[in-house]
Design a protein around this ligand. Structure first.
Ligand SMILES: NC(=O)c1ccc[n+]([C@@H]2O[C@H](COP(=O)([O-])OP(=O)(O)OC[C@H]3O[C@@H](n4cnc5c(N)ncnc54)[C@H](OP(=O)(O)O)[C@@H]3O)[C@@H](O)[C@H]2O)c1
Length: 386
């Protein structure tokens, strides 16, 4: 039996197991973070039910509508910026595990690697074309496979990046193409116009932007309706609540995809002042919040999550993701992982319901703790908020 055939028969087995598991449980209709009563009850014969998320959320509105699983999967850390990673076969297997468990939104970008993250997503998910969506991002200049550190969103470059991404992703159309960072040398109307043409040509289905201001979102949306804004948002970075970005998304019917929803793993509780990052493949070494001193100080936040979760049978990771999900029904976080145990834990977030008062209590407890260190260094900060 070839590796692919083994993979397929394994998936058929998992699908059957998931169906049987689903039949054994009362699967809640999940467009909010619900608590299945069954969570606190023993499951028959001691067997845990298979994770299978059926909850879907809608990003964007009108012609820009895009329906996806309520939680997505960030592919980036499988090859880039998250230190040590498993080999390709294990990554592919985990991506298939995510598909088997109901995830339909996978997030990558040209700059991740560069290129090898898109290649991984393309190879792993090709067989699910039309059933799952791989979203990718252009903008950071990549020449001969190397990042230059510059932005290039000129129309001709977007077109070239689109063709190259389609090949790496093994797709005929990119489900959603984001501008990764604003290009100060290319007016947003030109970017939106180019995407509009690519949509007309059937090469791009939806578009989004990352880390832009409310004013830019308005201009871009007027030229070509946006499906989603993807910016950093989690319990330790709530800027989009204050700078008008979430307000403008609400007003214009644009979805929101919080990236690094667990603050690059920190809120999951597995990282601390002794954690060693790979100096050659981990941007956390450049972030002020990931110095040993900052992590030691900020660990108080993880302690709050852990204490709060202990009383409810939830983990710190589930609370960080659940907090985002309960904010708005048009928010779809994209946590990344290299581990099946974490994938299942993250997806099970959807099994819990907390009251609005409980979320407020958690939010207030976290907000009472001063955060040590900025989220980005000065150079990285210069690229956001246009
Ligand atoms: N648009 C942008 O500018 C931008 C920037 C950054 C990221 N992104 C996107 O956002 C996605 C996610 O971001 P991210 O990887 O930076 O941050 P994240 O999802 O907040 O954290 C990922 C890290 O958390 C760990 N983790 C996952 N589940 C866990 C759990 N249940 N308990 C403890 N630790 C857990 C993972 O380690 P293990 O492998 O050990 O599970 C991984 O290193 C990326 O893949 C990318 O697609 C976009």
């Amino acid at each position: 039996m070839s590796d692919r055939e083994k993979g397929l028969s394994r998936r058929s087995f998992l699908k059957t197991a998931a169906t049987v598991g689903a039949a054994l449980t009362v699967s809640p209709a999940l467009n909010k973070v619900q608590a299945a009563a069954s969570d606190s009850k023993p499951v028959s014969k001691g067997k845990a039910k298979a994770v299978n998320i059926t909850a879907r959320r809608t990003l964007g509105s009108g012609k820009a509508t895009f329906e996806v699983s309520a939680l997505g999967f960030g592919v980036m850390g499988m090859t880039y910026n998250r230190s040590y990673h498993p080999d390709k076969a294990q990554c592919i297997r985990l991506l298939h595990d995510a598909v088997d468990r109901g995830v339909t939104l996978f997030d990558t970008a040209i700059i991740y690697g560069p290129l090898n993250n898109e290649l991984l997503a393309g190879e792993a998910l090709e067989e699910f074309r039309g059933k799952v969506n791989v979203t990718t991002k252009f903008g950071h200049e990549v020449i001969n496979g190397k990042a230059t550190g510059r932005q290039d969103s000129r129309p001709a470059t977007i077109r070239r990046y689109c063709e190259e991404s389609l090949k790496r992703l093994r797709l005929d159309a990119i489900p959603m193409f984001y501008q990764h960072r604003f290009d100060p040398n290319t007016p947003v109307e030109d970017v939106a116009g180019t995407i509009s043409d690519l949509i007309k040509e059937g090469k791009v289905l939806h578009w989004g932007m990352c880390e832009v201001s409310a004013a830019t979102i308005r201009k871009a949306h007027a030229a070509c309706p946006l499906t989603a804004i993807q910016s950093e948002y989690h319990l330790m970075h709530r800027e989009v609540e204050k700078n008008g970005v979430l307000d403008v998304c609400r007003e214009l019917g644009i979805g929101f995809v919080p990236y690094s929803p667990m603050n690059r793993g920190f809120l999951g509780g597995d990282l601390n002042e002794y954690t060693e990052f790979d100096p050659n493949n981990d941007n956390r070494t450049t972030l002020p919040r990931f110095t040993p001193e900052a992590m030691r100080a900020n660990y108080r936040i993880v302690n709050v999550l852990q204490r709060f979760g202990r009383e409810r049978g939830m983990t710190a990771a589930q609370l960080s993701l659940g907090w985002l999900l309960q904010k708005e029904p048009w928010i779809v976080p994209i946590p990344g992982t290299t581990k099946l145990s974490h994938l299942e834990e993250n997806l099970r977030t959807l099994d819990f319901t907390l009251s609005a008062e409980e979320w407020k209590q958690l939010e207030d407890s976290v907000a009472a703790i001063p955060i040590t260190g900025d989220r980005y260094n000065a150079e990285q900060q210069k690229q956001v908020g246009f």
